[in-house]
Design a protein around this ligand. Structure first.
Ligand SMILES: Cc1ncc(COP(=O)(O)O)c(C=O)c1O
Length: 457
């Protein structure tokens, strides 16, 4: 088996290269390709199959049923593509199969994990002493940071969650905006903080928390802010809110799954001004940075806060290493996510990362201008990589909702590009999200034409 591995890897690489070269595949798989997935055996095979045949089946049945989120005309959710250097690094790294839990398990994984974590802190303009750790995604990063914030607030009041748990602990209250991402509520639930402990603050029509409406904040408060609303790309007013909250003893966390990357562009940094003043941040490498799935990042201004909540002891896992990923996050065994992220940053450098952010923002503006010129309604000014569009009437009325849903369905059936739907402040809308850096002006023009064709049909 071991002897046949090199041929198999070459075969897999050749198939991957063919997949990349097939530019005429639809953005979303055909009904036939999806139906053909039934040809994967439903039962556990009773015996072995030649690995080459396994790979062939995967490519034959699997490749046609993929969503081409890496091919320039995919505007769904906030699903980034993959940078060429990172896609190639992933092939090598998956062959290495390194576990980055402890440095002794893989010196190279540990080295690149630490290096890319530090580079991310640097690129995002966060405090140089901040500690970053990779995890499965921004949802897990939010959870990790919320656990660290909860434990830090309680530790300041002399309560040790590790020793005494939460029963009888001083209550923690949460303040956040009405537009906070749903993953934050999932994280709060997992952290033992229910919705009744959460006070939500109203937002403006772009999804930004209204600073004037903040309730009293004290030293039991977790204030959770957002860099990059998932529908509009707008961010909370960090500079206005964070200093006073921290002075009152609150822990301030920022969910910046994609929007935090605005800080890596000198021209877009202004949209997240003051974000560096927080205690913790969550972001993703697999969205706007275009690292492969899955790669989230949790960052704490003081790494000791992360360790308080995440570090564990076991004789067989003892380490003298300064940095061991298993003590910085929820996972022990984990993929060496830092390797692919290192490849993206090493390949692009600081200027290339800024260019990638600016390019996608520019394409979003180009799309918004084309759609507005064609009679569509843009529901929020485009500041980053999200375009929110409504058809029919701009106002909250059932006819506009129905027309918008009709256009979204028609666009998805047309197949030129793919965009999803949402409800924005009581109105149905189409989300056109720019996360894949391979999107070209030609992609935008062809996609805008297709969307308008569907709208005017
Ligand atoms: C603002 C925000 N926070 C959190 C998440 C969750 O990220 P993930 O899917 O990586 O867990 C998203 C996903 O789109 C998001 O936009």
């Amino acid at each position: 088996m071991r002897d046949s591995k090199p041929e198999l890897v070459l075969d897999a690489a050749a198939r991957a290269a063919r997949y990349l070269a097939e530019s005429d595949r639809p953005t979303f798989p055909s009904a036939e390709a999806i139906a053909a997935l039934a040809n994967f055996s439903a039962e556990v095979p009773e015996g072995p199959t030649d690995p080459a045949a396994v790979l062939d089946q995967l490519d034959r049945l699997g490749s046609p049923a993929t969503v081409r989120s890496t091919h320039g005309r995919y505007f769904g959710f906030v699903n980034g593509g993959t940078e060429p250097a990172a896609a190639a690094a992933a092939v090598l790294a998956s062959t290495w199969d390194q576990n980055v839990a402890l440095p002794v398990m893989s010196p190279v994984a540990a080295h690149l994990d630490a290096l890319s974590a530090r580079w991310i802190v640097d690129l995002l303009g966060l405090p140089a002493a901040a500690e970053a750790a990779f995890c499965a995604g921004a949802s897990v990063a939010n959870l990790t940071a919320i656990l660290a914030g909860r434990d830090a607030l309680l530790a300041r009041r002399g309560w040790d969650v590790g020793a005494d748990g939460l029963a009888g602990a001083p209550p923690i209250d949460v303040v956040t905006s009405a537009e906070v991402h749903v993953s934050v509520f999932k994280a709060l639930r997992a952290a033992g903080i229910g919705r009744s402990a959460v006070r939500t603050v109203a937002t403006d029509d772009r999804g930004r928390l209204l600073a004037d409406e903040l309730p009293a904040i004290g030293d039991r408060t977790l204030l959770i802010l957002q860099a990059g609303n998932v529908n509009t790309g707008h961010s909370d007013p960090f500079a206005e809110v964070i200093p006073a909250a921290r002075a009152a003893g609150a822990w301030v966390h920022v969910d910046g799954a994609f929007g935090l990357w605005a800080a890596a562009s000198p021209s877009r940094r202004v949209t997240v001004a003051g974000v560096e003043l927080a205690d913790s941040w969550a972001t993703d490498a697999h969205k706007w940075l275009n690292a492969p799935y899955d790669a989230g990042v949790v960052i704490c201004a003081d790494g000791a806060d992360l360790r308080r909540s995440m570090a564990v002891d076991a004789a067989y896992l003892e380490t003298t290493a300064e940095r061991a990923p298993m003590h910085l996050g929820l996972q022990m065994s984990q993929r060496a996510r830092g390797v692919e992220t290192w490849a993206v940053i090493a390949g692009r450098g600081r200027s290339g990362i800024a260019e990638m952010i600016d390019h996608t923002c520019d394409q979003a503006e180009r799309m918004a201008a084309a759609l507005a010129a064609g009679g569509a309604h843009i529901l929020a000014p485009v500041v980053l990589n999200q375009v929110l569009v409504r058809f029919g009437s701009p106002d909250a009325d059932p006819a506009g909702d129905a027309e918008t849903d009709r256009v979204v369905a028609a666009v998805q059936a047309d197949g030129t590009c793919w965009a999803g739907a949402t409800t924005w402040q009581g109105r149905r809308a189409m989300r056109v999200s720019f996360s894949d850096t391979s999107i070209t002006e030609a992609d935008v023009d062809a996609s805008a034409a297709a969307i308008l064709r569907c709208a005017n049909r």
